[in-house]
Design a protein around this ligand. Structure first.
Ligand code: SAM
Length: 336
């Protein structure tokens, strides 16, 4: 392939954003029922045949890597509940040109899987944890697993996973009284504690204006503990703005999809658990890749679908516009 042809096969959208990051939702199933994410009663879970198979996903990833994707995140639902995930990860690790494979997990099964994940080549973990209080953990997630998650985090740290990022969805009136405790964690532990603005996702969303709290407000509160200095991150680190307290071992990150959206720098594409390509988390616009694959689509057909999806990538999400409603897509299927 000539250099020009190679350039022409890159995933570049209409706003000159180069797409190098693919997020894979491996399953819509989850072993928790977080009040801000999964509906309490799931009436329509995907069957095994509705999910893309590992072989199908590996094929898509291979083709996407040829078009410039360098980084993959495995998410869901809860990726660790999908059968035989480490065999799949080993398959991913063999793909030439794929530089970075990361995992987002709620940590419930992390202690059980840490060794296998490490052997399969995963080093970078995002672990969701919205509270440091076991009783509140049960209220937020519906599961009594705080101790298990904490053990998973500790084991992962001891085994050498790095970076470990702790994702905290910031919710006024639900966990805002723990922001300082989370911040203090970064003083002594080598984690990046990341506060994520609560987004109105899913048709049964529990999002309310009163529960939303901006990253700026959180940062101001944290600075009652001391000044936060900005930390420079490399290009692979995504949209978080990262800071550190003086002398701290860990870091603090802010992800502000609502107040400071980062759409102009967005380099992401998503593949949902049911095989839909989605170029924006917060816009309900998808390409049905599974049907293309299962109707015998060629590699070229799949790459054309990837390219067309990217050419239609919206300039930005519209959550801040008065008329736009919530994003109706369910987070667990899309992959948060
Ligand atoms: N089960 C895994 C976990 O809990 O990390 C991966 C899937 S979960 C959907 C991925 C991330 O999305 C989590 O960090 C979760 O906190 C975040 N998330 C889900 N719903 C959200 C919402 N409405 N607003 C902000 N973040 C949300």
């Amino acid at each position: 392939m000539t250099e020009n042809e190679q350039e022409g096969s890159r995933l570049i959208d209409m706003f000159d954003r180069s797409i190098s990051y693919l997020r894979l939702s491996l399953t819509d199933q989850c072993n928790l029922r977080c009040l801000y994410c999964t509906p309490k009663i799931i009436t329509d879970k995907l069957t095994n045949t509705e999910l893309l198979s590992y072989e199908e996903i590996l094929r898509v990833v291979q083709l996407a890597v040829q078009m410039g994707v360098k980084k993959i995140r495995l998410t869901g639902g809860e990726p660790l509940v999908r059968h035989d995930i480490t065999t799949f990860i080993r398959g991913l690790a063999k793909i030439d040109g794929l530089e970075d494979i990361r995992l987002t997990t709620n940590g419930v099964l992390l202690a059980d899987y840490a060794e296998e994940l490490y052997q399969a080549g995963i080093r970078k973990l995002n672990i969701s944890l919205d509270t440091l209080r076991p009783d509140r953990f049960r209220e937020i997630t519906g599961g009594d697993f705080f101790a298990k998650v904490w053990r998973g985090i500790t084991i992962a740290q001891e085994m050498g996973f790095a970076p470990i990022k702790i994702n905290v969805v910031a919710m006024n009136g639900i966990n805002d009284d723990e922001f300082l405790d989370f911040a203090k964690l970064s003083l002594t532990a080598p984690y990046q504690v990341r506060f994520i603005e609560f987004m109105p996702m899913g048709k049964d969303s529990t999002w309310e204006k009163e529960k939303y709290i901006s990253a700026e407000t959180i940062k101001n509160r944290l600075e009652t503990l001391g000044p936060l200095s900005s930390v420079t991150t490399d290009g692979m680190e995504g949209p978080a703005r990262v800071f550190q307290f003086t002398g701290a071992v860990g870091k603090i990150g802010f992800i502000s999809p609502i107040s400071h959206h980062f759409c102009d720098r967005c380099n992401r594409l998503r593949l949902t658990s049911e095989g839909k390509l989605r170029s924006c988390l917060l816009t309900d616009q998808e390409t049905d890749l599974k049907t293309i694959i299962r109707n015998g689509g060629s590699d070229r057909d799949i790459q054309n679908a990837l390219r067309d999806t990217i050419l239609n990538k919206p300039k930005g999400h519209k959550l801040n516009e008065k008329k736009s409603g919530n994003c109706h897509g369910q987070m667990s299927r899309i992959g948060g």
